[in-house]
Design a protein around this ligand. Structure first.
Ligand SMILES: [Zn+2]
Length: 194
């Protein structure tokens, strides 16, 4: 009898090869090889999401098709929204986390955000930057971001690049309790109406 294991394993292996080299693929592979195929595909999507790994259209479709086989396509689809598609016109943002660019953005926001601004006094971690405008998606490293608390807040903020303190409400900011809402905002930034 042919099992999902034999049919889909080569594709699953290929997709795990697209993970960021910093991400250990061994755990999702062992989950797959233990017969927990649906969980393995979900974990793989979560790993792509967690590291905001760029995923081109064909690979994205392949992963979603695999998730569909095991009934997890909706959850995988939500996770993959964190992965920029380098070929899509509608997604012009990229990951800056842990890069020199993130440090530059954090420094600029520290200079610009003055007392009275909703982000004043809060440490910020830049995650994603729009490549078309100056919007940046940042995590708010306040008490909600501590381990065991919860859910952290995020903001889409647009630095003015004045190199000095701004007058609130500048830099313009939208704070979100759910990271996916901020992603909606970032994704819709330059999408023209149908
Ligand atoms: Zn933008």
């Amino acid at each position: 009898m042919t099992t999902p294991f034999t049919i889909h394993r080569p594709e699953f292996l290929r997709l795990t090869g697209l993970l960021d080299p910093a991400v250990p693929a061994a755990s999702v592979l062992s989950t797959w090889d233990a017969g927990e195929w649906g969980m393995a595909v979900g974990d793989l999507a979560d790993q792509f999401s967690e590291y905001h790994t760029p995923l081109a259209g064909a690979d994205r479709a392949a992963l979603l098709a695999l998730a569909e086989v095991f009934g997890g396509s909706a959850k995988a689809g939500a996770a993959l929204r964190w992965c920029p598609d380098p070929q899509a016109d509608t997604e012009r943002w990229w990951e800056v986390e842990d890069s020199p660019r993130a440090a530059a953005l954090a420094g600029e926001l520290r200079r610009e955000v003055a007392p009275g601004h909703p982000l004043h006094g809060i440490a910020l971690t830049p995650w994603l930057e729009c490549g078309t405008c100056d919007d940046v998606l940042v995590r708010l490293d306040d008490e909600n971001a501590l381990p065991g608390t919860g859910p952290y807040r995020v903001a889409v903020v647009r630095p003015t690049w004045s190199r000095g303190p701004e007058t609130p409400p500048w830099p313009t900011t939208a704070v979100f309790d759910r990271a996916l809402d901020a992603l909606d905002r970032l994704e819709s930034c330059h999408r023209t109406a149908d």
